[in-house]
Design a protein around this ligand. Structure first.
Ligand SMILES: NC(=O)C1=CN([C@@H]2O[C@H](COP(=O)(O)OP(=O)(O)OC[C@H]3O[C@@H](n4cnc5c(N)ncnc54)[C@H](O)[C@@H]3O)[C@@H](O)[C@H]2O)C=CC1
Ligand SMILES: O=C(O)C(=O)[C@H](O)COP(=O)(O)O
Length: 338
């Protein structure tokens, strides 16, 4: 037998040994098609299906591979957990101490939310620019008032902080409305299609005065907290619309409230806030030029999102079991994918 044949037989044997040992727990409600695919790629493994509501600490502690955001407290340094494939793009809930042991790899579901969150941002912006939120408030009082000038949807300069999967998806939608798109990423790279300029965070303050629309889709990491504060809102145009669908704590909420009340910016569309849930007595609720949704843009309300997540998860299980490089591995130093 040649060396290559022996080597390939050995790899197959090793793979079978690895595969027979694994227990996979999934709480993501996968379609039958994806359940079938998961079975195919994890032949010989035991698959436990549960739901977010019914999952127990025992199931979590037993599993070698988990698909889905099980409560962090259930994981509690599980000795068995080797791979945690999140259903979320954000990883912040699992970055604390005493959650994952050193041997657990965590992978995110970035790539699954571009359509859902991109569309949500787009819808919020259009609605704000045409004052639909103001007319809805008036409608609640049967008020026929004319609310005056509106903003144009076309030809805007759009600044996107945290230009990743969601940011790019939103950028492409805005390009359809003839926008000039400026992106900000953690590290400089080649400017992607659909983006006119690419920068890093150091340049934020210089870029803010140019933008008609400022979007934050930043993850929650040690360096993204409070990036949008009083100084940043002061640097924005008076007609600027500020949108946030990343994480609420990239924004100093008090500074945002002040900027909205003082008319330093035109309006804000927020799918995420700090704190969350926003307490009933918080003044942000009553600010007329703030449009708030309760962190739902990325939920599974858009049915395709679930398939996008399942697709990433099944591929990563396949890769893990065959010893291949995984997609979207989280770097615990930066709190963000490599
Ligand atoms: N509102 C919702 O329901 C949802 C919110 N999210 C949030 O949106 C974030 C982004 O999601 P994706 O686009 O899928 O992630 P992604 O990983 O594709 O993109 C994140 C981008 O942020 C940039 N970034 C990271 N740290 C940075 C820093 N310090 N300065 C400048 N840029 C930085 C990265 O370079 C990357 O381009 C998630 O981390 C999550 O927090 C994600 C999904 C749904
Ligand atoms: O993917 C993210 O990040 C999100 O914010 C999701 O849409 C919701 O994530 P969780 O509420 O499951 O953390």
């Amino acid at each position: 037998m040649s060396y290559d044949i022996i080597k390939s037989l050995k790899i197959k044997q090793d793979r079978r040994i690895i595969m027979t040992k694994k227990k996979i727990l999934t709480v993501v409600p996968m379609s039958d098609t994806y359940k079938e695919k998961l079975k195919e790629v994890s032949e010989g493994c035991e698959i436990m299906y549960s739901t977010y509501e019914d999952v127990s600490r025992e199931m979590v502690q037993e599993a070698n591979i988990i698909i889905g955001n099980v409560p962090a407290w259930m994981i509690g340094m599980s000795k068995n957990l080797e791979l945690l494939q999140l259903n979320s793009s954000g990883t912040d809930a699992y970055m604390g101490v005493n959650i994952l042991n050193d041997r657990t790899i965590m992978t995110s579901a970035t790539g699954a939310y571009g359509k859902a969150v991109g569309e949500h941002l787009f819808a919020m912006l259009m609605s704000i620019q045409k004052k639909l939120h103001v007319y809805r408030d008036n409608q609640n009082r049967c008020d026929w008032s004319d609310e005056g000038q509106v903003l144009s949807l076309t030809g805007n300069t759009v600044l996107i902080a945290g230009l990743g999967n969601i940011g790019l998806s939103f950028a492409k939608m805005m390009k359809g409305l003839d926008s000039y798109v400026i992106g900000i990423k953690r590290r400089k790279s080649e400017c992607p299609e659909g983006v006119d300029e690419l920068h890093t965070m150091e340049e934020l303050d210089e870029l803010l005065p140019k933008a008609d629309v400022v979007v934050s889709i930043l993850p929650n990491t040690p360096v993204t907290r409070g990036i949008f504060g009083e100084d940043q809102f002061k640097k924005m145009k008076k007609n600027a619309v500020f949108l946030n669908a990343g994480r609420g704590n990239a924004v100093d909420t008090e500074a945002l409230c002040n900027a909205l009340i003082r008319g330093e910016i035109y309006a804000a569309g927020l799918d995420v806030t700090d704190p969350e849930p926003l307490p009933q007595e918080h003044r942000l609720w009553n600010i007329k030029n703030a449009v708030i949704t309760p962190h739902i843009s990325g939920d599974f309300h858009l049915p395709q999102t679930l398939d996008f997540i399942a697709d990433i998860a099944v591929e990563n299980v396949r890769r893990y079991l065959s010893g291949e490089e995984l997609l979207h591995v989280v770097d615990f130093q930066t709190g963000y994918c490599k």
